[in-house]
Design a protein around this ligand. Structure first.
Ligand code: FE
Length: 248
C-alpha cells in the first residue's frame, strides 16, 4: 500500500506547519506527517518551511537570526494566534498517535546545511524515543547520507529537485544516491513517469513522490505504486486510496 504523508500538516487544508495543521493531521488516517526544521539563534529547533520568516509569519528576516523567544512573539499567517512550534512540541503532539514523522532538514538562506542541525534533531528524537518512527528527508544528498550513517530511523529519503533531475537524469540520480548509500528517492509527481520509475527501481532504489495534490496526480501515483507520497490535501488522498483499496 502506498503510504500518505500530510505535507506541512496538510497545507491546503490548514495553515502550513502550524499547531492548527498538525492537530488536523493528528486526526487523520495518514501514516506520516511531514514538516520542516530550522535552528534558532539560541540553539533550539523550530518547525517552519522557509529559511526566512516573511512568507508564513508576521515577522521578517532569517529564522536562524532570531531567538526562540523572539520567534514565539510572531503569529503564523492564516491563523489568529498560532505560534511557531518547536521540534519537541511537534514530536510530543504525534507521539501518542499512530502517525510517523517525516522530518525535512532544511538549509540556510545561503543554501548551505546548518552545521549540527541533523545531529541535534536526532538527539531530540532519541530523548522522546521517536527516532525509529521518523523518516529523514532533504533536498541535499550529503545531509541524507549523514542520516543514513546515523541509522535506526524509519527511513531516509533524498528529495530530487526537478532542476537536479533535469541536470543529471535518472542515471545521475542513481549515482548520487549510491555515493551516499541513500536507499530511497522522492521525485516531484509531475516529473515521475513510468520510464523514470522503472529506471530508479531497477537500480534498487525505493521510490516516493512529492507535491501530489490534484486528483489525477494522486491516482497516477497510486497506480505507479510508489511507496509513499506527500500531499497538501491529505483528506482527498485518503479518500482516493480508500476507493482504490476497499478492503482496507
Ligand atoms: Fe518539506
Amino acid at each position: 500500500m502506498t503510504l500518505i504523508a500530510s505535507h506541512r500538516g496538510g497545507s491546503l487544508e490548514a495553515p502550513e506547519n502550524s499547531p492548527t495543521s498538525f492537530r488536523h493531521t493528528a486526526g487523520l488516517a495518514v501514516e506520516q506527517v511531514e514538516f520542516d526544521i530550522h535552528p534558532t539563534a539560541d540553539g533550539q529547533i523550530v518547525v517552519i518551511h522557509d529559511a526566512t520568516l516573511d512568507r508564513t509569519t508576521d515577522g521578517g528576516g532569517p529564522v536562524a537570526a532570531h531567538t526562540l523567544a523572539e520567534l514565539r512573539r510572531l503569529t503564523l499567517k492564516g491563523t489568529t494566534a498560532d505560534r511557531i512550534m518547536t521540534l519537541p512540541e511537534v514530536i510530543e503532539l504525534f507521539r501518542p498517535t499512530g502517525i510517523g514523522l517525516r522530518m525535512e532538514v532544511k538549509y540556510g538562506t545561503d543554501h548551505r546545511p546548518y552545521p549540527g542541525l541533523l545531529a541535534h534533531a536526532l538527539r531530540l528524537l532519541d530523548a522522546a524515543g521517536m527516532r525509529h518512527r521518523t523518516v529523514i528527508t532533504s533536498f541535499q544528498a550529503p545531509v541524507v547520507g549523514e542520516a543514513v550513517q546515523a541509522g535506526s530511523l524509519a527511513g531516509t529519503i533524498w528529495l530530487v529537485a526537478p532542476a537536479v533531475l533535469d541536470d543529471i537524469g535518472p542515471a545521475g540520480v542513481v549515482a548520487v544516491a549510491e555515493a551516499h548509500a541513500i536507499p530511497h528517492v522522492g521525485i516531484r509527481a509531475n516529473r515521475l513517469d513510468d520510464a523514470i520509475a522503472a529506471h530508479l527501481r531497477a537500480a534498487g532504489l525505493g521510490l516516493g513522490a512529492w507535491a501530489v495534490n490534484d486528483e489525477d496526480a494522486i491516482r497516477h501515483m497510486l497506480a505507479l505504486g510508489v511507496e509513499v507520497f506527500t500531499t497538501d490535501i491529505p483528506t482527498r488522498a485518503l479518500a482516493l486510496r480508500a476507493a482504490q483499496e476497499p478492503s482496507r
